[in-house]
Ligand binder design. Structure first.
Ligand SMILES: NC(=O)c1ccc[n+]([C@@H]2O[C@H](COP(=O)([O-])OP(=O)(O)OC[C@H]3O[C@@H](n4cnc5c(N)ncnc54)[C@H](O)[C@@H]3O)[C@@H](O)[C@H]2O)c1
Length: 268
């Protein structure tokens, strides 16, 4: 691994207490980035930051934030700048899912998912871009990285609101790329399929609860058999390389792209 590849990148990552956000933070820091880990679960973010600092390449700090609150987004950006001097990259990763069939969706389900997955991404992008614009143009682009999903592209009947929220992430990636290019800010994203994390473990149970699957583990089996070209589920380690690429100068000439890391699900 090139331990200098992300040197000089100061990165804010939301939802970095566990799952893919934590894995990304560790991988970025191992390549020299300084990382600010934002999460509503401050203890989890703190533990991840301590693990990173114990390894001793890029540095890490943890902040408690609810991504749905503008003030918390602003404070997380400020914490990144005050600790590391400036912010170069924002990764908007915090997200959740709660499956419902179309006719069972209610306002609570809608608001919960849309607020955390989509509204919060817009707030995070805006507050991060505001700081980047204030910092002035550098020789290299600033980067905003949005976490989408296979659900940014497929109408999955059991998770309509999640799909709506993640199609929204794709729209924010396209619109942000157009709106922010004049400030030398690129906007890209990546879209996982099935990644074994606490989010998926809960989803697997919830799919049985709503009657979409008969037993736990069935969703994994059905998707691998029917939808994936690479015949296995994925893990955070399958995702971190693409995320690091989007963070690095290797992706400087890209904007408005959502890269699928989904075992070929999106072509099915
Ligand atoms: N796991 C998958 O199969 C999968 C597939 C496609 C996309 N994704 C997306 O990847 C991203 C990360 O998912 P994951 O599987 O690692 O999830 P996860 O549940 O393991 O981690 C999500 C993190 O976000 C934090 N979070 C939740 N609500 C928050 C809020 N309001 N404010 C701040 N932090 C909050 C949680 O505390 C947690 O640490 C999400 O956007 C998710 O939609 C996941």
């Amino acid at each position: 691994m090139d331990t200098e590849r992300l040197k000089g990148k100061n990165v804010l990552i939301t939802g970095a207490g566990r799952g893919m956000g934590a894995a990304n933070a560790e991988h970025f820091a191992a390549q020299g980035a300084n990382v600010c880990l934002g999460d509503i679960d401050e203890g989890a973010a703190q533990e991840t930051a301590e693990r990173i600092n114990a390894k001793g390449n890029g540095r890490a700090i943890a902040v408690r934030m609810d991504v749905t609150e503008r003030e918390d987004n602003r404070a997380a950006v400020e914490a990144t700048v005050s600790e590391f001097g400036m912010i170069n990259v924002g990764v908007f990763n915090a997200g959740l899912n709660k499956p419902r069939f179309f006719m069972d969706i209610d306002e609570d389900n809608w608001d919960l998912i849309m607020n955390v997955n989509t509204k919060a991404m817009w707030l995070g992008m805006q507050e991060t871009a505001r700081q980047m614009i204030a910092q002035g143009k550098q020789d290299y682009p600033y980067k905003l990285i949005n976490v989408g999903s296979i659900a940014s592209r497929k109408p999955l009947v059991d998770v309509t609101v999640y799909c709506t929220s993640k199609y929204g992430c794709l729209a924010l990636t396209h619109c942000g790329a157009v709106a922010l290019s004049e400030h030398n800010i690129t906007v890209n994203g990546y879209a996982p399929g099935v990644v074994v994390t606490p989010l998926w473990e809960q989803l697997d149970k919830d799919l049985v609860d709503i009657g979409f699957k008969q037993k736990e583990g069935q969703a994994y089996e059905d998707i691998v058999r029917d939808a994936l070209q690479i015949k296995r589920v994925s893990y955070p380690d399958d995702v971190i390389g693409t995320a690091a690429f989007l963070c690095s100068s290797d992706s400087d000439y890209m904007t408005g792209q959502m890269i699928h890391i989904d075992g070929g699900w999106c072509i099915q």
